[in-house]
Design a protein around this ligand. Sequence first.
Ligand SMILES: Nc1ncnc2c1ncn2[C@@H]1O[C@H](COP(=O)(O)OP(=O)(O)OP(=O)(O)O)[C@@H](O)[C@H]1O
Ligand SMILES: [Zn+2]
Length: 752
Amino acid sequence: MLRYADIVLPLAQPAYTFAVPEGAAVAAGQAVAVQFGPRKFYTGIVWRVHDRKPDFKRIKSIHRVLYDAPLLSAQQMSLWEWVASYYMCSVGEVMRVALPSLMKPSGDTEEEFSDDEFRPRTECYVALSRELHDETAFHEACEKLERRAPKQYEALLELAAAGDETRISTGEVARRLLRADYAVLHALERKKLIVCTERERTVERGGSAFRLPELTAHQQAALDALRGEFAAGKTTALLQGITGSGKTEIYIHLIAEVLARGGDVLLLVPEIALTAQLIARMERIFGSRVTPYHSKLTNRRRTETYLRLNRSEGGEFVVGVRSSIFLPLKRLQLIIVDEEHDASYKQTEPAPRYNARDCAVVMARLVGGRTLLGSATPSLETWLNAASGKYGRAELSERYGDARPPEILVSDTLRAAKRGERKAHFNKLLLDKIGEALDRGEQVMLFQNRRGFSPYVECTECGWTARCPHCNVTLTYHKSGRKLVCHYCGYTAEVPAKCPSCKVTDVIPMGFGTEKVEEEIAKIFPEARIARLDRDSVTSEKAFNAIIADFEARKTDILVGTQMITKGFDFGGVSLVGILNADNLVNNPDFRAAERAFQLMMQVAGRAGRRAEGGEVVIQTSEPGHPVIRQVVAGDFGAMARAQLAEREAFFYPPYARLTSLTLRHRDPVVLRQGIMELAARLRVRFGRRVLGPMTPPVDRIRGEYLAGLLLKIESGASSARARELLAAELKTFSENPAFKAVTVVVNVDPQ
Ligand SMILES: Nc1ncnc2c1ncn2[C@@H]1O[C@H](COP(=O)(O)OP(=O)(O)OP(=O)(O)O)[C@@H](O)[C@H]1O
Ligand SMILES: [Zn+2]
């Protein structure tokens, strides 16, 4: 009998049915090449094999089977299906993010498919030369090097210390795990003191000889509490620990347990920015067990990683960003989501608009594993789940060692201005503190949530501002390059010499971004070494690492930055953190503004005083009495959470309601208006007062298209599956209406 296979292609379409060639062994989860159209080839995933002949005429055959083993397990297929159904997209769109791009080529020829290419890559391993295995010889060599070549001396010591503590290590260490740089190792190799070998990367498995940090009594209690929750059957638990309390140390213990019994662990981090430091820290303990996975790796590396994991027998430890949730970890037992509150776990563009944290919870359930959500400032959704007993929980309320939580000082900007105690965008208090910190040889971080030089330029005479011709926003002035830039579409323009409207005066940069902060602080502290970390200064992974490495090595005194500096960094030398303008954080119109502002300020503040005593934070604001500012000063997460939850409940927002936002886009504002009115009316028939809008988004025109929105609020207790079904049906009717064919509809479930 002829067999057929439903095949998922990386498209916003349902699965297509192809015929299975006679005698071919084709199973669900397997990758296949199929021809589509006259010449185009795609990689697809076999979803189902069956014998129901589809009712179209020309049924094409599968071209050939790719890779030996299926690329997806049954559980992974269930996760893809869950994502597609929950976030209202096609399984093919999930495939787009779930598989590395080299694994889903599509092109004119079939040539691109090749599965033998991806051999495991080789790696350089370093060991002491045989002569130095003798203690006396080793110490002689060290003595010779100590004064003349201190770096080579340090490298030898590091290599010798890589084993256990009592004896000189004679084993091999992967070069990338050593601090010593290439030139130093090369010199040692020439002197025949070390041997370097290039060979296939080995992942040592089994065994549990990891050197784990000794936990403090508090940390041990938190770890025991988590084990207790998991043992009692909770599949998800929250570890809420203040910044610098040692959440990461607790992760390490849990990870080691799972690896020792041959299970796999996935540690999710919100952004590539964070991974470098954390990966290094994990590699110091777990060595080559650590597999990084993020967008800065080459496509090749990601493909190799996927295929290697797919063949693995377990004992894998992946540290990665949100898309790692789709990696083939066959023995997944533990997923840790670090900084679980972070908005970057949610993909907003393009589909699938998934939240990796929520997928982690689902995936752990699918595989019978556990999820640990860690944060100093959890999302209110997670916090409520833990408070209600749905999730397990453990707390860490003290910083590790002698470090105390930083003291938070609020500086009133209006008052400072009135008294003449304000220079550029700094109040006297902050400048004094910066001066003192620099005098003591300590480091400073300054946070401003806008990049560029100034958010807009304005004519002081007539009020004209430079706006983007394609988007309804003001252009941001970037001083380097003297350009006006649209942060939505990338449009750039020259700064006009005279105001184009009244032609009377110059246009003047207003407000301030990181670039301006950097320039101003350099004028005030000409001696200080200053660096900036934001999307403009971070042009590559290398540039990013260089900025971080310099700051870590204390080659920089002051680091100015956007959100990028807020996350998880562990710099020992920072004693002062300045938040330049808290007003635009707390006064955001979004319903999450207070929660976000609190999280952000606590996170930035958490970078201060992580080793020494007496870390300080200065928050500049014109509203020192604002409730959120007060909650931050008190470090009182509970107060913020209770106040916000009361408001959310009263106004029916998450976690008491589930939101789905609908954004319609079209070039013609009249068609858009008609479309959104029509859709709103239809949805109201179904959902009544649960439909809000039409509303105009804060930026209502992007790249020449007009935007309008609707918001659907479904009570948390109701069946969200039923709501999605009704919504999907209405959207289908809408898109089939010839009048609105060209209107784009973007559905975002659980928007951030
Ligand atoms: N038990 C321990 N033994 C040795 N060092 C520790 C221990 N606990 C914490 N530390 C050190 O204290 C610092 C802060 O710990 P860690 O980074 O784990 O905190 P965290 O809670 O993850 O912080 P954040 O939320 O700010 O990222 C680190 O440098 C860490 O190495
Ligand atoms: Zn624009």
